[in-house]
Design a protein around this ligand. Structure first.
Ligand code: URA
Length: 239
């Protein structure tokens, strides 16, 4: 693809803006400044604009730090949605969240317009690991850790897949949970079996990709091609 077309597409700028940026010397291809708008760029090249890597894929992949009170949806009549937080930068894209977080939960939401990619993360057979930092209303116990490892039976009788549970860094009530499935309110319901309430829940990683804590609540950035590939690599079928 031509460099000016690629920059315009990836940075959501007009073709003339992209050309001006290229001529200013703020666009690099594989680490070297390129001032030729008509340069043909390989689809696997790393392209950056003003030092920030651009996603050269035809699709958009964003890492968002969801704040509390925002719903994991594309649109909603009454609520602020995760997609509305990024819409200004991507006005013409059919974006949606690849996976949900409760309205009261915070942290990593992956937003994309690549349906096949989202499916590979969300398909129950894929078991893509997701990491959560949790603050309970009671101290973590060995019984909870053993129960999570064995597979918790929820109040409705369904048995969850084994999940990782370990003490967190924030004192006796803090915990780190690693899930490989996504059942509605899963973590809250799993702790509920032990009479524990969840006061705070924050997703910090998806498929080996760790949330960039410098983004801050409501902050977002495109994933680099390497980051997209890292998540995709975790999306292979497992028994
Ligand atoms: N489990 C929950 O209970 N809530 C979330 O938002 C995510 C996992």
């Amino acid at each position: 693809m031509r460099l000016d077309k690629l920059v315009a597409h990836a940075a959501q700028r007009s073709r003339s803006d992209a050309r001006a940026a290229i001529r200013r010397g703020v666009v690099c291809v594989d680490g070297a400044v390129c001032r030729a708008p008509d340069e043909q760029v390989d689809r696997n090249a790393t392209v950056s604009l003003e030092g920030k890597p651009l996603c050269t894929s035809p699709y958009v992949y964003l890492m968002l730090d969801k704040p509390k009170g925002v719903v994991s949806a594309s649109t909603d009549q009454n609520e602020v949605t995760v997609v509305s937080l990024v819409r200004g930068d991507y006005p013409r894209r059919s974006l949606f969240p690849a996976g949900r977080l409760d309205k009261t939960s915070t942290g990593f939401v992956l937003i994309t317009d690549d349906g096949a990619f989202a499916h590979s993360i969300l398909a129950p057979k894929r078991h893509v690991p997701k990491t959560y930092e949790v603050l309970l209303d009671t101290p973590l116990t060995a019984e909870m850790i053993e129960g999570f490892a064995a597979g918790v039976r929820l109040a409705d009788g369904s048995v969850m897949r084994p999940a990782g549970l370990a003490p967190g860094a924030g004192g006796p009530c803090s915990a780190r949970v690693v899930l490989q499935q996504g059942v509605y309110h899963q973590i809250k319901r799993m702790f509920g079996v032990y009479g524990a309430g969840v006061n705070e829940l924050r997703r910090t990683a998806i498929g080996g990709l760790v949330l960039d804590e410098t983004l801050g609540p409501g902050g977002f950035r495109p994933l680099s091609p390497e980051e997209v590939a890292r998540v995709a690599a975790r999306c292979e079928d497992t028994p």
